[in-house]
Design a protein around this ligand. Structure first.
Ligand code: GLY
Ligand code: MN
Ligand code: MN
Length: 443
């Protein structure tokens, strides 16, 4: 099984320590356990940035990085985590413990998580800046505020210093995460391949009369068989349900003559994929479905081609919108002037979302979209989704009834490379002919 090693996690900590500068401390907490109902919890998923820097996936953990006078003196990486406990491990599973934090996770120092309040004070003294993710967790924010106050008091007594500045840690880590290296892209390719297999299976197994959740189960089977979980709640929307952008009920029947929109994908080793395909429940597109589908596909292919190094993040959106609006005019679904429709954004009646977002450890990944007020440009190793769509509301009386209730989105995961856009999700078919052939072969 391909996974990252401590070599990679250490390189990331090295880079972060350098970016932090001298006399600094970073405090990075993982996510709290989330309860689902009463005493049943959600399966634990570590915080992405915490894992990015540590490779440590257990709950109740805090990483601390301390720098000194100069980076030549190195830095200290401390991991606060749960202690080993035979009784708890029998009930709830293995813990690395203090020795494991040092031996397996290469912490310079490791402490029981219960000692955090006590130990952190010493670490805050003699530091000028504290890097911390402010606003992620109100409870942890309150603890950090208390530590700063205590460190200030103690520093006055001892005649030393305490952090005078609290800096948003995400500014540094998000920028690191935005640019994916070769090893990360290998993991994203695996996630994409498994998700592509799941979509292929969905096209092969769908039948009129099936329930949306039964089709979702076909996807989950492929994810689960590969040791993966969905990277977000799956959308399986038949017919007009495809016009509800975040439809996750997935509890209706899939009808003969309708399309089904599936937006579903898995994460592998904490790296996400994000795929949407739309296809006919009975294996054959109607003329109206085909016309709208080909329009979305033309827009998507052109938008993918716009993911070029140096292009603005927004370029794929502009390209997609122009093609979609021209197509809606040609089909008589919209009337008016192309440029006016684009300028007034009246096309939002049919296309109301953006064309993509950063993708990485989180499905809507970190990284700013603007720098100094300007859309940022694509750089090598950035991964973006390209996902135009068209949604004709079932009750839209401005449109000929034959178009109503059709919702289509096509989404792929694209890496900006010096050789142009690289499509990680190309393995799942998307032309009308390819989809119909695949589905016919599975009848
Ligand atoms: N699946 C979430 C999205 O496409 O943004
Ligand atoms: Mn997406
Ligand atoms: Mn999606």
């Amino acid at each position: 099984m391909k996974k990252l090693t401590q070599v990679e996690f250490k390189e990331r900590r090295d880079r972060l320590a350098e970016l932090m500068g001298p006399h600094s401390i970073a405090i990075i907490a993982t996510s709290p356990v989330a309860m689902r109902n009463r005493d049943a919890d959600y399966k634990y998923r570590t915080d992405s940035s915490f894992f990015y820097l540590t490779g440590f996936a257990e709950p109740e953990a805090v990483a601390v990085i301390e720098t000194y006078e100069s980076i030549d003196e190195g830095y200290t990486y401390s991991l606060f985590c749960r202690e080993r406990n035979r009784e708890m491990e029998i009930w709830n599973g293995y813990r690395a413990g203090i020795d494991g934090a040092i031996e397996q996770y290469e912490a310079d120092e490791a402490y029981a998580i219960d000692l955090l309040d006590e130990e952190i004070l010493e670490k805050l003294l003699d530091k000028d800046q504290l890097f911390y993710r402010i606003g992620q967790n109100a409870e942890f924010d309150a603890r950090v505020a208390k530590w700063i106050a205590a460190a200030n008091g103690e520093s006055r007594r001892r005649g030393t210093s305490a952090p005078a500045q609290v800096v948003q840690l995400d500014r540094l880590v998000d920028e690191m995460r935005l640019h994916k290296d070769t090893k990360e892209l290998e993991l994203m390719q695996i996630a994409a391949d498994i998700s592509a297999e799941a979509h292929t299976r969905a096209m092969q197994t769908v039948r009129p009369g099936m329930m949306e959740y039964a089709l979702e189960a076909e996807l989950n089977y492929v994810f689960g068989r590969n040791g993966c979980v969905p990277s977000y709640n799956s959308i399986v929307g038949g017919g007009e349900n495809a016009c509800i952008l975040h439809y996750v009920e997935n509890d209706k029947e899939l009808k003969d003559g309708d399309l089904v929109l599936i937006d579903a994908a898995c994460e592998y080793q904490f790296y996400a994929s994000d795929i949407t395909r739309t296809f006919p429940v009975n294996g054959k597109f109607s003329p109206e479905q085909k016309a709208l589908y080909n329009l979305v596909l033309d827009a998507q292919i052109a938008a993918i081609n716009a993911v070029q190094i140096g292009n603005s993040y927004k370029e794929p959106h502009h390209v997609a919108v122009r093609i979609l609006v021209q197509g809606l005019l040609d089909l008589g679904i919209m009337q008016g002037d192309l440029d006016e429709i684009i300028a007034s954004e009246s096309y939002r009646q049919f296309y109301m979302h953006g064309t993509g977002h950063w993708l990485g450890m989180d499905v809507h990944d970190v990284g700013t979209y603007k720098v100094d007020g300007e859309w940022r440009v694509y750089e090598a190793g950035m991964v973006v989704t390209v996902e135009p769509g068209l949604y004709i509301a079932p009750d839209d009386e401005t449109v000929d009834p034959k178009w109503r209730g059709i919702g289509i989105r096509i989404e792929d995961d694209i890496v900006a490379t010096k050789n142009g856009p690289l499509n990680l999700t190309a393995k799942v078919v998307k032309t009308v002919d390819e989809i119909e052939a695949l589905m016919a072969a599975a009848q």
